[in-house]
Design a protein around this ligand. Sequence first.
Ligand code: NBP
Length: 476
Amino acid sequence: ELAQIGVTGLAVMGRNLARNFARHGYRVAVHNRSYAKTTSLIDDHGDEGTFVPSESMRDFVASLEKPRRVVIMVKAGAATDAVIDELLGLLDEGDIVIDAGNAHFPDTRRREAALKERGLHFVGTGVSGGEEGALNGPSIMPGGSPESYQTLGPMLEEISAKVNGEPCCTHVGPDGAGHFVKMVHNGIEYADMQLIAEAYDLIRQGTGKSAAEIADIFRTWNSGDLESFLIEITADVLGHVDAKTGSAFVDIVLDQAEQKGTGRWTVQNALDLGVPITGIAEATFARALSGSVPQREAARKVLPADAEAWQVDDPDAFIEDVRLALYASKVVAYSQGFDQIAAASEEFDWNIDRGAMAKIWRGGCIIRARFLDRITEAYQRDPELPLLLADEYFTGAIGNSLAAWRRVVMAAARHGVPTPAFSSSLAYYDGVRAERLPAALIQGQRDFFGAHTYRRVDGDGTFHTEWSADRSESPA
Ligand code: NBP
């Protein structure tokens, strides 16, 4: 009997995805460049369902029913192109190639166009949730043609995470839309992690509490509005003790954060689209700063803090302030991420339903959180909502947090604690709500040195002032 779906690339992610399909009763063809991974999958988990292993790509493709559905789960980049090239000579018109790796969305757009010319469907699919999610139900963000979703969608929905019985998988939009949304998801994940890290640092420095005590604080937070996977694992990480030294694990880890590049892609794209995603950008740069070893070495020796020593008077009140500031900053980061999705959707004609994105992120993925329900509801109230912060729920939530948020950012500045994400989120909030911005002055400067022109508040048209002559104004 032919297999219903195939997975090529059986490292941690592909292996678990294949097992997930098999556990749901699908006959799964499996293949990997080096055969050892295929045999080890069969040896270790062959009894979990029906696997059809092949050593060669040719046999793998021949073992699939038509139209074929082939999931590629290899290292993103050149490996994906190599696998696609190999598949091209073996597939028939109407077959569906699914790239479930972390591809950069411009690559997905290119691949989709190339495969379309050959009569093949190419579905760039975001998959979030890591190893564990791939096995037990990830959040799945498929792009590609609506026709491909008709046959593929139900299978993906079946293996995805479920929240209240609803699958964390939906057709995101054409070509690269799925990988784009996965990219922004990862960007938001960077911001969320940075904000949590700043909250931890503030509490540790402000109150002198131990990592274990702060773990308990995060555990308590996880039963409120902040309930999320990231808060939950933060409590676990902070509570963990290093077996070798008996110290808090967080104290023995080198403080240089690494990245695989999705945060950087998100920021690069936001610059191209002109969308201010300051939370994600600060989070990405904070990782870069942590890894700037020579600069940190040099700075540590010569740059004074000139800041007051710190011991908060009322630790409980301060901790509550930090919780509120974290929530407000988080809303800003998400609001910015959804703005970026809206801008790209417009640019590439993707027609992405932002409420549906919040919905499929509620389970399976790294940023899964109670709070995503509030985002879905906001876009249900107004699908064209220009700014998440402007939704009545979030306006109220931020209103309640505002005084605390300001106190926390002021305290951080006064005591020399770096809080790039907290501070920039507050600056964004004040910027976006401002009646007038000093951008008017920037326009004046631009017109002065470059005759770049400006518009007036009291009428239409574009103008230029003769700065180096009589300073008369004329229409441009
Ligand atoms: P890796 O990203 O470590 O890739 C290893 C796989 O790629 C192996 O199957 C390897 O085959 C195959 N491969 C390579 Br490398 N070069 C190849 C080539 N030229 N031709 C054919 N196959 C090649 O695996 P992973 O961690 O399971 O991740 C898979 C994908 O899922 C990636 O795109 C990743 O970004 C994405 N992703 C990962 C996570 C996560 O938590 N790890 C989460 C979400 C998405 P070999 O065995 O013969 O070397």
